[in-house]
Ligand binder design. Structure first.
Ligand code: NAD
Length: 257
């Protein structure tokens, strides 16, 4: 097969659903083997089963400190190597500034940010021994935008933007590239459970989206393939925003309700 990820092996967190699942499916169609990680055992196993011998599933919570080394070891044992990591697992807690608990704040940071470093460190230890790799972190337009009821989420994604830059510089000598993807509003369960569940919130999002539609998980997966492949060989430390024009927009656009 002459696909862009032929013979490569990727570890993808949060791969049982949404954007992570789309990336897993696209990577396999590009010739890669994929090790899927997720909390959701039933869905994760079903996604892996549907992808056949190119996929394997490991159940776990990315904030479990023992998981990154185990996941890397499993990927190497199953597929013989690991050269791509996608730190995709993420959670959103929507809460008023006065009601948000410290435990909630810490939980979002643990899953969205600290686990990203822990997986990157574990993957990089292996990638160093094999001569290089590509790490992709899932950020968000909320790395730059501030929504008042999404405090820890915005902090975690802002942290991901800077984690991406500092890890890119820290790992450049090992031929490991580190980049991020910053989606706008993508039609997944996470978005359906938050902004899309409330007509007024949906209207607000659409009024800030020049393309006038939501993004699809496959449109994020396209960028993940690019960042994982040699097509992006001179790119490191960057966040690519996949947002239908949301970040450049000033004012609002008309919405067809
Ligand atoms: P989703 O909720 O549809 O899927 C997330 C997956 O991650 C689920 O399968 C879930 O079980 C898994 N997961 C959650 N916590 C986990 C944990 N602690 N350990 C292991 N797995 C865990 O979400 P999505 O919309 O596909 O989001 C994926 C990533 O994209 C997240 O990092 C999210 O912040 C980011 N993102 C999404 C949007 C959007 O509009 N959907 C926008 C910007 C950024």
């Amino acid at each position: 097969m002459n696909s862009s990820l032929s013979g490569r092996t990727a570890l993808i967190t949060g791969a049982a659903n949404g954007i992570g699942e789309a990336i897993a499916r696209r990577f396999v169609s590009e010739g890669a083997n994929v090790m899927l990680i997720d909390l959701d055992t039933e869905r994760g196993q079903a996604v892996a089963d549907s992808l056949g011998r190119s996929a394997s599933f490991l159940a776990g919570d990315v904030s479990d400190k023992s998981l990154p080394e185990r996941a890397v070891a499993e990927a190497v044992a199953r597929f013989g190597d690991l050269d791509i990591l996608v730190n995709n697992a993420g959670i959103l807690i929507t809460r008023n500034v006065f009601d948000l608990t410290i435990d909630e704040f810490e939980r979002v940071i643990a899953v969205n940010l600290t686990a990203g470093f822990a997986f990157a460190q574990a993957a990089a230890r292996h990638m160093k021994t094999r001569g290089g790799g590509s790490i992709i972190n899932m950020s968000s337009v909320n790395a730059l935008l501030a929504l008042p009821e999404q405090i820890p989420y915005a902090v975690s994604k802002g942290g991901i933007a800077q984690l991406t830059r500092v890890m890119a510089v820290a790992l450049v000598g090992e031929n490991i590239r580190v980049n991020a993807i910053g989606p706008g509003t993508i039609a997944t369960d996470m978005a359906k459970a938050s902004v899309l569940a409330d007509p007024a919130a949906r209207h607000t999002v659409m009024s800030r989206t020049p393309m006038g539609r939501l993004g699809e998980p496959a449109e994020v997966a396209n960028v993940a393939v690019f960042l994982a492949s040699e097509q992006s060989s001179y790119i490191t430390g960057q966040t690519i925003y996949v947002d239908g024009g949301r970040l450049p927009l000033n004012y609002v656009v008309p919405v067809a309700d």
